[in-house]
Design a protein around this ligand. Structure first.
Ligand code: SF4
Ligand code: SF4
Length: 409
């Protein structure tokens, strides 16, 4: 079939990765969308997606490469949990990004033009909106704003969009210990209050923090939509800016697991160059830095034994930051009474879209039951917090936010 040959060609090296799958099904055991009732159909599982792609690529079965098939591919939301368990080391999420990119080139774009444009330009739009936070927040919280978000972008109108709280920071410290902050959209435009609280704490400890101008979004949603050229261009721009800081002796600081994942893992693979690797080597997340400072006795925190439950998000697991977070919470005087690795179902923007909203709730239902009675919940991922807050109707804190809110420092 013509489409099979075309798909094979467009997938490049990923076609042979698909062929290497041994169909063991281990990935199903950790895949959040493969563990909901609808996944009684094999084609709706991670293994099922690989088997179908294999069949198309090898021509063993005549399966049309169609929108119906892309709906199955769409059930992979890129959490990366399967990477830990696949015995053949198949890069499953990367394959799915490439399939979406290929589909787009074959005239079957994965998302509407409006949604793709929105995702490509979200950092610029958020930067503009956060200059007028009062107006922007009134609009996004209004009924009209929600209806427009649903009609134009497909974001379910039940979703409470994140408020614009911009980061305003002027570096005032001339220090040998220099940090350049890479914020992604939440750190720069939605959770600026938490980030500026972190900066004040670090400056008290003698760090000089700068926010490099011109930095763009980290770009994980671009990858998820298969906008690989755009993701590469964004990565190149960020690396160009951040590598200049690394040359001048700065460490790159993140607060978002998506930003950390992009710098540490995705950019070096996407760009395959020395500067991307240099940036990766010099990137540290705030939870790691604070934990080190507490362990070295340079920062004393007293959480007063407050009981917290920690939600280990998919990206906190993929980056291995969860260990540092639990360590930090314990060392900061909190009592971690529970840690849950369950997926909340939102996966960045995925669960916010009307077409996935109910499935996302189903994926997260076991987690919601687990967290319903918890008093203080901590999670590092920004969209997980947004989503869990809207479903559970309670506050969910970033680890740094929990420290700023409850610790005597
Ligand atoms: S990346 Fe996540 S959603 Fe996709 S197949 Fe792997 S476990 Fe499933
Ligand atoms: S775990 Fe790996 S080898 Fe096994 S079915 Fe999944 S992708 Fe294929």
């Amino acid at each position: 079939m013509q489409s099979a040959a075309q798909l094979r060609e467009l997938l490049g090296g990923y076609a042979s990765e698909v062929e290497r799958c041994i169909r063991c099904g281990f990935c199903n055991s950790v895949c959040p969308t493969s563990n909901i009732p609808q996944a009684y159909m094999g084609s709706r599982t991670s293994r099922g997606r690989l088997v179908i792609l294999q069949s198309i690529i090898t021509g063993s079965r005549e399966i049309e490469f169609s929108n119906k098939l892309l709906d199955l591919i769409d059930l992979c939301f890129g959490c990366r949990r399967c990477l830990e368990v696949c015995p053949a080391g198949i890069p499953i999420p990367q394959i799915m990004w490439s399939v979406r990119s290929a589909a787009s080139k074959m005239g079957l774009p994965h998302a509407s033009w409006m949604l793709r444009s929105f995702v490509k330009n979200y950092d610029k739009l958020a930067s503009l909106a956060s200059r007028f936070p009062g107006l922007a927040n009134t609009l996004t919280r209004s009924k009209l704003g929600r209806v427009l978000a649903e009609r134009l972008l497909g974001i379910d109108k039940k979703v409470e969009l994140p408020a614009y709280i911009p980061l305003r920071h002027e570096s005032s410290i001339n220090s040998q210990q220099r940090l350049a902050y890479f914020g992604d959209v939440f750190g720069l435009y939605h959770e600026g209050n938490v980030v500026s609280g972190l900066f004040s704490l670090l400056e008290r400890l003698g760090y000089g923090v700068e926010v490099p101008r011109g930095q763009r979004q980290a770009g994980i949603p671009l990858l998820e939509l298969g906008l690989l050229d755009e993701a590469r261009a964004t990565a190149r721009r960020n690396v160009e800016i951040l590598s200049g800081y690394v040359e001048r002796g700065y460490k790159i600081l993140t607060t978002s697991p998506a930003a950390y994942l992009a710098l540490k893992q995705d950019y070096p693979k996407l760009l395959d160059d020395t500067n991307a690797r240099k940036v990766a080597e010099n990137t540290i997340d705030a939870v790691q830095l604070l934990n080190e400072l507490v362990k070295r006795g340079e920062l004393e925190l007293d959480g007063g034994g407050r009981e917290v439950v920690y939600h280990s998000s998919c990206f906190s697991q993929a980056t291995s930051l969860s260990g540092a977070i639990v360590g930090l919470l314990n060392n900061a005087g909190f009592k971690v009474v529970g840690t849950t690795p369950r997926c909340c179902g939102v996966a960045g923007m995925w669960g916010l879209l009307r077409e996935h909203y109910e499935t996302a709730k189903q994926v997260g239902s076991a987690l919601f039951n687990e967290l319903r009675d918890a008093e203080t919940i901590v999670s590092q991922s920004e969209t997980c917090r947004l989503w869990m807050r809207s479903i559970l109707g309670k506050e969910i804190l970033h680890p740094v936010e929990a420290i700023l809110k409850y610790c005597k420092a």
